[in-house]
Write a protein that binds this ligand. Structure first.
Ligand code: ADP
Ligand code: MG
Length: 401
């Protein structure tokens, strides 16, 4: 039997959610979906004005939802304490220390109101997600984008574009939850396209969709099972370090983000940084952006080998310069590099645990999973999980009859 994770079908998931919704909230409802994402290359470049290259996944978060007649907000998730109901209010859209996961959706309600989109009434929402949470596949972004979609569709906010769903979700995560993430995760969840990756300039939000169905290979995601618990504070530290580097560099060259610098330009100005840590952080942001441009070109030319080589270099830079990996993930990547049929492999997502993404030739995928699983278990006593990724569509309503 294959080690690849097989997810329940949409029909099965909606069937299970329907029976819980009817018991919990009752009445009629509509159904929505927002995917997780995997980033192929361009990591930690999105808050540095660089390029990213993610795909939306075919798995993600589902919601059944309806508007209410009063100002109550009732939220439940089948992933959390068996769907225990949280009851909030439109009159209390503030961060709650003990609010846990509900801060993500409440943050989106807050972002709508904060941008002048007053919510006419409360909502009931039941969620269920099949993205492993805290693994770098952006379950949080999918929850935010999904909540924005629910609000747009239930209340008819026609001015809210798919792109706005991404920026409203990011606003919730940055300003309400307090995680200073860039735009990539929410953007991929809102804007994904089946069989394509999104080549996005995070400075201008100019995007190109690139076909990402490989002839004789697939994207294989490996979950280390290590949750990125430290990520939020470390992430904010990296962001502050990059801002500091920009400040220093701008004393000799006018730049407002590291993404504006080519590798050559960076070499000329880097001495002004005078701090080994800042130098390495900035070098990652600059070289990773350059690698992403190169990887996009390589993919368009059908040169998957070069794409894979750039993925490997990206990993080394994240491991050594940006220092956002961990021993378990490094092990999975280093072992993957030794296996037959592996075109490229790297850590993906924010880091400090989570997943790796690899491109593996079809005929070697089973062996890849078996060998990595065995070696990982021997070394760390942990089970690696595998998902064969199918680039999917961005957030959308699901018609139910
Ligand atoms: P990632 O986005 O990489 O999966 P985060 O730590 O950013 O990891 O977000 C994970 C958090 O998002 C969870 O701890 C939980 O609070 C929230 N979350 C994600 N998916 C769901 C869900 N289906 N139901 C409830 N909460 C969720
Ligand atoms: Mg997240």
């Amino acid at each position: 039997m294959s080690l690849g994770t097989v997810f329940k079908s949409q029909k099965e998931i909606l069937g299970e959610m329907k029976s819980v919704y009817e018991k919990t909230f009752g009445g009629s409802y509509r159904a929505f979906f927002a995917p997780g994402r995997v980033n192929m290359i361009g990591e930690h470049t999105d808050y540095n004005g660089g390029h990213v290259f993610p795909c939306a996944l075919s798995f993600g978060t589902y919601a059944l939802a309806a508007k209410r007649d009063d100002r109550k907000v009732r939220l439940a998730s089948l992933n959390i304490r068996g769907g225990e109901v949280f009851e909030g209010s439109l009159d209390d859209l503030v961060y709650h220390e003990d609010g846990g996961w509900t801060n993500y959706p409440m943050g989106v309600l807050w972002a709508f109101e904060e941008t002048g989109r007053k919510l006419p009434s409360g909502v009931d929402i039941l969620y269920f997600g099949n993205i492993p949470a805290g693994s770098g596949l952006s379950s949080s972004a999918s929850l935010e984008v999904l909540t924005g979609l629910v609000l747009r569709e239930l209340f008819g906010f026609e001015d809210v574009s798919q792109e706005d769903l991404a920026t409203l979700g990011q606003m919730a995560e940055n300003q309400f939850v307090g995680m200073n993430c860039g735009i990539m995760d929410q953007y991929a969840s809102a804007m994904g396209q089946k069989d394509h990756a999104i080549y996005l300039d995070t400075n201008t939000l100019k995007k190109e969709y690139a076909p990402f169905v490989l002839k004789d290979a697939k994207i294989v995601i490996t979950n280390s099972g290590v949750k990125h618990q430290l990520a939020s504070s470390e992430y904010n530290t990296r962001r502050a370090e990059c801002e500091k580097a920009v400040e220093k560099i701008s004393s000799v060259k006018p730049v407002s983000t590291l993404g504006e610098l080519t590798t050559k330009e960076f070499e000329k100005v880097k001495d002004v940084l005078k701090d080994e840590t800042l130098l390495r952080r900035a070098r990652h942001a600059v070289t990773e952006n350059a690698r992403t441009l190169e990887a996009y070109d390589a993919l368009l030319k059908g040169d998957v080998e070069t794409f894979g080589k750039l993925m490997n270099e990206s990993h080394t830079s994240l491991e050594k310069d940006y220092e956002v990996s961990c021993p378990e993930v490094d092990f999975l990547v280093h072992e993957a590099w030794k296996l037959p049929g592996v075109i490229g492999s790297r850590i993906t997502g924010g880091g400090f645990g989570g997943c790796t993404v690899s491109i593996v030739k079809n005929e070697h995928i089973e062996n890849f999973m078996e060998v990595l699983q065995k070696k990982y278990k021997e070394k760390f006593g942990l089970d690696a999980e595998f998902y064969i990724a199918d680039p999917g569509d961005g957030a959308h309503e699901i018609r139910i009859d």
